[in-house]
Design a protein around this ligand. Structure first.
Ligand code: OAD
Length: 262
């Protein structure tokens, strides 16, 4: 690893260890090394297919039956993402975050990713602000269900919530859909508690997630970015590590482990 990157990682490890409450905000770049495409930048899904219809959620509400029919047929632009998610395994970056939680260093992950890979890697304190494509969610009571275990009667679409009878949709948050209140409340609580935020593989352009680091900064906290490219949030960061998370996070975790025991 480049010497200047090593130096930034050392500074990052010191900042992390001097902080009271460290939270990570994660984006698509974190799962790029697991074979899941990002949205923006080279190879990004939105570059290939264009940004999805901003009225996606409005359309779902107007005609959930047609959405479900198309969904069960496959072939939506999102299905490239779905296919990649189904095959994906956590990469060394995900495992490093799980280790940082076990070390008592990382308190929470706020992820914009819908792939569920943090849980697979062993992280337990995770808020999936844009949902999880492996799950379904009731729009009325927010109960979540494992997509594979949920029985769908194709003659009676949309499926209904077994708990309250509300309409069920994919848990992934659509364009125009409000962030589910339960997960948003966790994100706000964790942001308010944080005095050091790690920005991992996110372009920092989608709100409300992009606003959390700004809140931490305004409250006097520190920001550490790990991303091979500059982002809209780079100028706010105290430490910037220009490297892929799959390489930088294991190294950072090693340095933190060494400092903790020295
Ligand atoms: P983006 O696709 O906007 O940005 C991905 C970021 O990851 C870029 O800044 C890349 O430079 C960086 N990157 C690429 N490879 C990386 C690697 N190996 N290690 C670290 N960083 C890497 O993804 P997000 O910021 O997550 O929302 O996008 C936010 C939201 O926009 C997504 O959750 C999605 C999309 O609309 C929904 O679908 C609701």
């Amino acid at each position: 690893m480049d010497k200047s990157i090593q130096e930034e990682l050392k500074r990052a490890s010191e900042l992390v260890l001097s902080a009271r409450y460290v939270v990570a905000v994660v984006g698509a770049g974190m799962s790029a090394e697991s074979g899941i495409p990002t949205f923006r930048g080279p190879g990004g899904l939105w570059n290939k297919y264009g940004e999805p219809d901003m009225r996606g959620f409005e359309r779902f509400l107007a005609d959930p039956k047609t959405w479900w029919r198309n969904m069960l047929k496959g072939g939506r632009p999102g299905s490239e993402l779905q296919a990649a998610v189904e095959k994906a395994q956590p990469n060394p970056g995900h495992h490093a975050l799980a280790e940082l939680e076990r070390l008592g260093v990382l308190r929470y992950i706020i992820t914009q990713n819908v792939d569920g890979l943090h849980h697979v890697a062993g992280s337990t304190r995770v808020a999936e602000i844009h949902g999880n494509t492996r799950k379904l969610r009731c729009l009325r009571c927010t109960a979540r269900f494992d997509r594979r275990a949920f029985e769908i009667d194709v003659e009676h679409l949309p499926p209904r919530c077994p708990e309250c009878g509300g309409v069920v949709k994919g848990d992934g948050v659509m364009f125009g859909e409000p962030i589910p209140e339960d997960v948003l409340a966790i994100c706000q609580e964790q942001t308010a508690a944080s005095d050091c935020m790690l920005l991992l593989g996110t372009s920092g352009v989608v709100y409300p997630a992009a606003g959390f680091p700004q809140q931490v900064k305004w409250a006097g906290g520190r920001l550490i970015e790990i991303n091979p490219l500059e982002t809209d949030l780079s100028h706010l960061c105290d430490v910037v590590v220009r490297a892929p998370t799959g390489e930088a996070l294991p190294e950072l975790t090693k340095l933190i482990g060494e400092l903790k025991t020295s």
